[in-house]
Each structure stands twice: as structure tokens, then as C-alpha cells.
Design a protein around this ligand. Structure first.
Ligand code: MN3
Length: 220
């Protein structure tokens, strides 16, 4: 019995080395961002879309471990795109949920401190920044994200966009401070094809104190 159970234990241990990625809980109810983002969108977005990225990331990471164990370089290379897409989806949504907060619980409260100063110095005012950010993000072709990032080299804020689920830092080097999902699944049930209306409303639930904390961490 002992000799039989050993290999099982060994293989269990080798798979237990890395824990699985899991869907993070939201800090608020699905309906808490209404009327800006509907409960229906939030529930599907979190429990279906984000969950799928997590599930697929775990599946492809397991395939990667198998390929690594076999020294199968061809499979290792072919898995990179799927890991980028699903890993990016997991990273991006994990930031997005924290970037939002219900009205009255921080959502839409003005930025303060260093973040406020930097926005005013670089863009003139919060309103001017929002106009530039929204214009860049409305213009994302197909599915993608609009970002406020921190450039650690020039020590300045940058507005950026990424395609698909490309994660900001891994693909541009900018540290993500604020990400806005402009995949149709993020707004279509409520705003139909009118992405600019979604981008106008979302500012009411942006959690600027979370954005400010990310800036503080990025500057460390
Ligand atoms: Mn999404």
C-alpha cells in the first residue's frame, strides 16, 4: 500500500506548488453602482466574464506546467497567447472592480492629494483630463481598455489604451492606476451601442481614492 500511495502523494505535491487563481469578491453589491452600471451587467460581468478568464487561466497554466515538465517548447510557445489573454483579463478586471465604488461610498468623490495635483498640472483640470481620457477610450477599435497609467521613467501620468485583454504594465510598462473596460459586455445591456454615454456616466462611480493609492504604490 505504501509503495502505491507514494507516487500519488508526489504528484499531488507537484501540482500543489502553485495555488489556483480565484475570482476576487466585489467590495459592493451588484446593484450598488446603479444607475451608472446596472446590476444585470455587473452580475454577468463578474460571475461569467471574469470567472471565465480565471477558469481559462488556470486551465492554460496547467497545460503550461505539463508542457514545461515534458520540455515541449512548441507547446510552451503556443500557450503564450492564451495566457496573455486570460491572465490579462484576470488582471484587468481585478483592477477595474477596485477602481469603482458606489456613490456615497467614495464613487465619484474628487481626487485629492498628489493625484489631484498631478492631474491639474498635466491636464489643467479634472474635467479636461476626463474629456481626453474619454475621447481616447471611445476611439478604441473593437474590444479593449482605456487607462490612466503612471510612467515611472518620466514620473508622469499617461493616458493609454490597450486592445483585447492586453494588460497595461506587461505590454506598455505603465503602471495601471485606472482602467475602464470598453468591451461591449461592459455596457451593451444598458447603453446599447452608445459607448460615449457609458464613458460619461462611469465617472460618477470612479473610486479616486483607489486610484490615488495605486499612484502612491507606483511611486515607491
Ligand atoms: Mn470585461
Amino acid at each position: 500500500m505504501l509503495s502505491r500511495s507514494r507516487p500519488i502523494l508526489t504528484s499531488f505535491r507537484s501540482h500543489a506548488k502553485r495555488s489556483k487563481f480565484t475570482l476576487p469578491d466585489l467590495d459592493y453589491d451588484f446593484s450598488a453602482l446603479e444607475p451608472c452600471i446596472s446590476a444585470e451587467i455587473m452580475e454577468i460581468h463578474h460571475t461569467k466574464h471574469h470567472q471565465t478568464y480565471v477558469t481559462n487561466l488556470n486551465m492554460f497554466m496547467e497545460k503550461l506546467q505539463d508542457a514545461e515538465a515534458k520540455g515541449d517548447v512548441s507547446s510552451i510557445v503556443s500557450l503564450q497567447q492564451a495566457i496573455k489573454f486570460n491572465g490579462g483579463g484576470h488582471l484587468n478586471h481585478s483592477i477595474f472592480w477596485k477602481n469603482l465604488a458606489p456613490i456615497g461610498q467614495g464613487g465619484g468623490d474628487m481626487p485629492s492629494g498628489d493625484l489631484d495635483t498631478m492631474i491639474k498640472n498635466q491636464y489643467g483640470s479634472l474635467e479636461d483630463f476626463q474629456t481626453k481620457f474619454s475621447a481616447a477610450t471611445v476611439a478604441v477599435q473593437g474590444s479593449g481598455w482605456g487607462w490612466l497609467g503612471y510612467d515611472t521613467i518620466s514620473k508622469s501620468l499617461k493616458i493609454a489604451t490597450t486592445a483585447n485583454q492586453d494588460p497595461l504594465e506587461a505590454t506598455t510598462g505603465l503602471v495601471p492606476l485606472l482602467g475602464v473596460d470598453v468591451w461591449e459586455h461592459a455596457y451593451y445591456l444598458q447603453y446599447k451601442n452608445v459607448r460615449p454615454d457609458y464613458l460619461k456616466e462611469i465617472w460618477k462611480v470612479v473610486n479616486w481614492s483607489d486610484v490615488a493609492n495605486r499612484l502612491k504604490d507606483a511611486k515607491k
